[in-house]
Design a protein around this ligand. Structure first.
Ligand SMILES: [Zn+2]
Length: 352
């Protein structure tokens, strides 16, 4: 199962609601759960270099966006409706996806000098209007795919830049060597996407760490839902508390770690722990979170030192090693990283 922004346990709750006002949303959730996600294409090195086609991307870094419309079917990629240099189409989802991909590209370039998902200027592909009332967004290994939502619980998934950047973030993690989508390595994979999602939004808004909401998916719930977003990085477990959806199950500390076989071993649940660790580093260092905290996380991910099966402790140790190499062992950055992992109970093994 490819990563979706909406965790399966939320859709399960929605699918089984007997609230008559949410009949459409419940039906949508049931359908969303049963739609098989298209298989992940194998990306080979040879294909990558063909994709690059525009070698100019290396000298003139600019996004190469291609937005397609699945016209509420489950066929990918759908009809091509907007490419680079095309003006707005007037279709809100198409234009939001286009703008969101652009903002995410700008973030990765400005913050980390990364040219697109693969770092080599490959196209940014997205499909909107996927499925009928489809209640999710996902990365399928090649493109970002967005449903329209059922309208009663979930509104369109392109409304949130943090969701768009989260999906693109999965592509970056995969290109960097990947983190197995299971258990703690899967929760790290989810968390890194949330980090990129939050940072892309902060970058677009010019926000500092203390100005940011640290919410993922703000604005994708309909007004009737008791909740502000899908997840909170600053206060995991507080994003929503709703009759239908239940309460946000994310822990923010290892003592509350959730052992479960659902959700690939709780990848959308326990990601709250590394999410909060990142928030603690960013808020302690202050300023633009992508400049130091984000850079430490990004460099750790792309350093080649993180095993695809890394657990929280291994990732914590790797971030400490990155901060030490970058800023020196007695720097405030190293202090912040060490304190953050200690603050979420992953301290013991966090030694460089
Ligand atoms: Zn995800």
């Amino acid at each position: 199962m490819t990563p979706g922004i909406v965790p399966p346990f939320l859709l399960d709750r929605l699918a089984t609601t007997d609230d008559p006002r949410l009949a459409r949303a419940a039906a949508a959730a049931r359908k969303t759960l049963t739609v098989p996600r298209p298989a992940r294409p194998v990306r080979t090195r040879l294909r990558l270099s063909i994709d690059e086609g525009a070698l100019v991307a290396e000298t003139v870094p600019a996004p190469d966006r291609v937005i397609s419309d699945a016209a509420n079917t489950e066929r990918l990629p759908g009809r091509r409706v907007r490419t680079e240099d095309d003006g707005p189409t007037g279709d809100r989802s198409v234009d939001e996806a286009y703008d969101g991909l652009g903002a995410t590209f700008d973030f990765f370039w400005d913050a980390f000098a990364r040219d697109g998902i693969d770092g080599a200027g490959g196209s940014l592909l997205a499909t909107v209007h996927f499925g009928d009332d489809y209640d999710n967004a996902f990365w399928n290994g090649e493109r970002m795919v967005f449903g329209d939502g059922d309208g009663d619980v979930f509104t369109g998934f392109t409304r949130s830049l943090s969701v768009i950047a989260h999906e693109l973030g999965h592509g970056v993690t995969e290109a960097a060597g990947g983190l197995e989508y299971q258990g703690q390595s899967g929760a790290l994979n989810e968390s890194l996407s949330d980090v990129f999602g939050a940072l892309a939004e902060q970058h677009a808004l010019g926000q500092t760490a203390d100005e940011a909401t640290w919410l993922i998916g703000a604005g994708i719930f309909a007004e009737t839902v008791q909740g502000t977003a899908l997840r909170s990085m600053s206060a995991p477990g507080t994003a929503y508390d709703d009759d239908v959806l239940g309460k946000d199950p994310q822990p923010g500390h290892m003592r509350d770690y959730v052992e479960t076989s659902d959700d690939n071993g709780g990848v959308h649940i326990n990601s709250g722990i590394p999410n909060r660790a990142f928030f603690l580093v960013a808020s302690r260092l202050g300023g633009h979170a992508w400049e130091r905290a984000g850079s430490i996380w990004y460099r750790t991910l792309t350093s080649g030192s993180v095993s695809p099966t890394a657990d929280f402790a291994a990732f914590a140790a790797a971030t400490l090693a990155t901060a030490t190499a970058e800023y020196g062992g007695t720097s405030e950055e190293v202090d912040a990283v060490r304190a953050a992992w200690a603050g979420v109970g992953v301290a013991k093994d966090a030694r460089a």
